[in-house]
Design a protein. Structure first.
Length: 397
């Protein structure tokens, strides 16, 4: 998606929030209908039946009819797609949406009819929203001409964005036949087999200290008070700053990897399972819950899952997932495997041959080597772009 910063006026912001409330209301009603189903009852209504019910509800309630039918119907369509993804096994079951956290709606149409986009000046554009009018946004790059829908969202920091649906073309492979291994970690966000260590940006020391003070102030604030709302907004702005920095780092890193290497090898990790809580149950409580919570936050702050997803978007067919088992204990030089090889988090020294290297770089080179074996087994990867020869992997020593 091509996302732009939306700049609505105060009156337009109130109308956009009303659209968000209607979309969230329709979504939650659909969730309730499906949660009501039990064995022996009639099946939950589908998209067509829910659209008929939406028409009846709009005829019965004036406040509901005052909203946009396009926004409300697209919320039902999004829910139907979410249920289809859930039954296909690719996503979780759709859950409730909460005010202040899930603020957004989608508009579908064709340029020149249901919606339109125009450029006002060098840095300003406008998008037409039903029952709101022309809303300004920052024209940071050209809007893709083939888009047929857009989504307007509001984050917890109060920022509005408009995202036009468009699938960008993948980056062409360089055709140099090189392969790189990427090892993801907590101290080092991404270690490359070339020896480069990459660190995801985070809050500065002063920003982290201010965040801790704000959390203490939030704990003392009374629920529902204006002071608590102001503190929550300040925390959200700091968190949004951290997320923006991490997202920018991920996009720049993945673009460089997809442009410089034909094959990119990563560990086949289940980030969702690795960041699962250790609380356990009442009957069998977990151990080390606070330590595990800290590890989960560090993993998520490193952008492990986002890094691989963006690589697969930009270099489809060129990303290889390898088994991460024993990659941190195996010597890249002599292939000797032993737990004593890794002396510390950063130091790797083989007890058999004396090979010494950074532990994360050694693991990345083992990942690269495993990817080379996988590519050889399937007679080389498919390389996108104007390359008419099979790439040959250059494995680093």
């Amino acid at each position: 998606m091509a996302r732009y910063r939306l700049q609505p006026t105060a009156c337009q912001e109130a109308a956009l929030l009303e659209h968000c409330g209607h979309a969230r209301f329709v979504w939650n009603l659909a969730v309730e209908q499906h949660r009501h189903w039990r064995p022996g009852r009639r099946s939950a209504p589908g998209f067509a039946e829910q659209c008929r019910q939406l028409t009846q509800a709009r005829a019965a309630f004036d406040w509901f009819r005052a909203g946009s039918q396009t926004v409300q119907q697209q919320a039902l369509k999004d829910f139907a797609q979410a249920m289809a993804n859930y039954f296909a096994g690719s996503h979780r079951r759709p859950t409730w949406r909460k005010a202040g956290r899930h603020e957004g709606f989608r508009i579908v149409g064709q340029r020149g009819s249901a919606w339109d986009v125009r450029r006002v000046s060098r840095r300003v554009g406008q998008v037409k929203v039903p029952k709101v009018g022309w809303v300004r946004f920052r024209w940071s790059r050209p809007v893709p001409p083939e888009v047929k829908s857009f989504r307007i969202t509001r984050d917890r920091a109060g920022r509005w964005h408009v995202a036009f649906t468009a699938i960008p073309a993948p980056l062409p492979a360089p055709g140099n036949g090189t392969c790189v291994g990427v090892d993801r970690g907590v101290t080092v966000s991404a270690a490359l087999s070339t020896g480069e260590l990459l660190h995801a940006p985070c809050l500065t020391g002063a920003e982290a200290a201010r965040l801790r003070r704000l959390h203490r102030k939030l704990a003392r604030a009374k629920r529902g008070s204006n002071r608590r709302a102001r503190v929550k907004a300040a925390i959200a702005r700091l968190r949004a700053r951290e997320v923006d920095r991490r997202r920018d780092w991920v996009d720049k890193t993945t673009t460089r990897l997809a442009s410089d290497f034909d094959v990119i090898a990563v560990e086949d990790l289940s980030v969702r399972a690795m960041t699962r809580s250790a609380k356990g149950t009442v009957d069998a409580p977990g151990a080390g819950v606070r330590q595990k919570a800290g590890l989960n936050r560090a993993i998520l702050a490193g952008g492990w899952g986002c890094l691989v997803r963006r690589l697969e978007h930009k270099a489809p067919g060129r990303v290889i997932r390898v088994n991460p088992r024993y990659t941190s204990q195996t010597c890249h030089a002599c292939r000797h495997r032993a737990p004593d090889n890794r002396k510390s988090q950063a130091v790797f020294r083989c007890v058999a041959c004396g090979y010494r290297a950074n532990a994360d770089v050694n693991a990345a080179r083992n990942i690269q080597l495993a990817a080379g074996h996988a590519v050889s087994a399937r007679e080389g990867p498919r390389v996108a772009g104007p390359v008419h020869r099979e790439p040959q992997l250059i494995l680093l020593p």
